[in-house]
Unconditional design. Structure first.
Length: 338
């Protein structure tokens, strides 16, 4: 290995140091190559996150003999994708020694771990940096993410968000399903979650938002959340309280987080829940669409605890409370009157 190439067998930290050193000068093709490498394993993404954060620490770089005042380009990594060619790079400045990257990788390994997915890391130089980045889960699948600020995101099944983080704001749009947010406090950058029904701004907190067709539900597990609804004065929802926004109507109440585990632990906890809401939530866990045959039945309310990971069985049990039956049709499973 010389000062112009880094071996494909190098450690993830060495390769991450190389990528991070050249990050500002990567071509579009190299950014795609980097994305492939980052998505290749969580270890790669975590190593690159460390390098990007640590290389921004000028005192640390000075201690390692780096020159952060004159950024320099490194030789490109070997192509990671078979039969993909890349135009030769030209350099009009001396290339720094590979030893610098190795020193960074060895000296700073483990100093900081921030494991978020690769596309966060390539966003700064994307063609359209203002485009929100999508995160999604499949039917019956929950997914956890660590956001760039260190906040945690848990997606319910069949859920989708678009995340837009910048130097001045943290914005998440919940487009479908439900999500839990454990927010890292940053008074300079408000953390806002939006649905079509309302905007929710975290005031240093842990909360969940459930986006349904007719309403959005907020549950605050710790801290406080400011709830903004069009045409109404903003209100603050404290810990152990919920708010349901449908149109411009807002209802609120208290709940016990210890007994209300809900979708985060495979349960549908219903307390005077409309039947329509329940079917939408169960449908996130069913490979076959679940529907109500008569829309007028959607407003019926019920209480009880039902398994989310057995959606068809739970649908039948809930239907039995109202004398309804499950009927299989070509386009899905319907809850209908006998």
């Amino acid at each position: 290995m010389d000062d112009r190439q880094i071996s494909p067998l190098a450690s993830p930290l060495e390769r991450a140091a190389d990528w991070a050193d050249r990050f500002a000068e990567l071509t579009a093709e190299e950014r795609r190559e980097l994305a492939v490498w980052l998505e290749g394993s969580p270890e790669n993404a975590a190593a690159f996150a460390r390098m990007r954060r640590l290389m921004a620490d000028t005192a640390m770089l000075d201690a390692l003999g780096g020159d952060d005042k004159a950024p320099q380009a490194l030789a490109p990594l070997p192509d990671l994708r078979a039969r993909t060619s890349r135009p030769a790079r030209t350099a009009d400045r001396p290339r720094p020694m590979l030893a610098r990257r190795q020193a960074i990788a060895a000296g700073l390994a483990g100093a900081l771990a921030l494991p978020f997915a690769g596309y966060w890391l390539t966003r700064e130089h994307a063609a359209d940096p203002a485009t929100p980045l999508p995160l999604a889960s499949g039917v019956g699948e929950r997914r956890r993410f660590t956001l760039p600020d260190g906040s945690a995101l848990l997606l319910d099944a069949a859920s989708r968000v678009a995340v837009d983080f910048s130097a001045g704001r943290r914005h998440v749009r919940l487009e479908q399903g439900a999500a839990r947010f454990d927010v890292r406090h940053d008074p300079q950058r408000p953390f806002e979650v939006r649905t079509q029904h309302a905007a929710m701004v975290a005031l240093g907190t842990s909360f969940s938002v459930d986006h349904l067709a007719e309403a959005s539900e907020l549950r605050v597990f710790a801290g406080r959340v400011r709830l903004d609804v069009a045409g109404q004065q903003a209100r603050v929802v404290p810990a152990d309280h919920w708010a349901l926004v449908g149109g411009r109507a807002v209802s609120t109440g208290a709940f016990d987080p210890a007994s209300h585990s809900d979708w985060q632990s495979d349960w549908l906890d219903a307390d005077a829940m409309p039947l329509g809401f329940a079917v939408q939530r169960l449908a996130r866990y069913s490979a076959v669409p679940l529907r109500i045959a008569d829309p007028r039945l959607a407003g019926l309310t019920f209480s009880g605890r039902f398994r989310l990971n057995r959606p068809e069985q739970s649908l039948a049990l809930i239907g039995a409370l109202f004398g309804l039956h499950v009927k299989e049709q070509a386009d899905g499973i319907y809850l209908a009157a006998a």
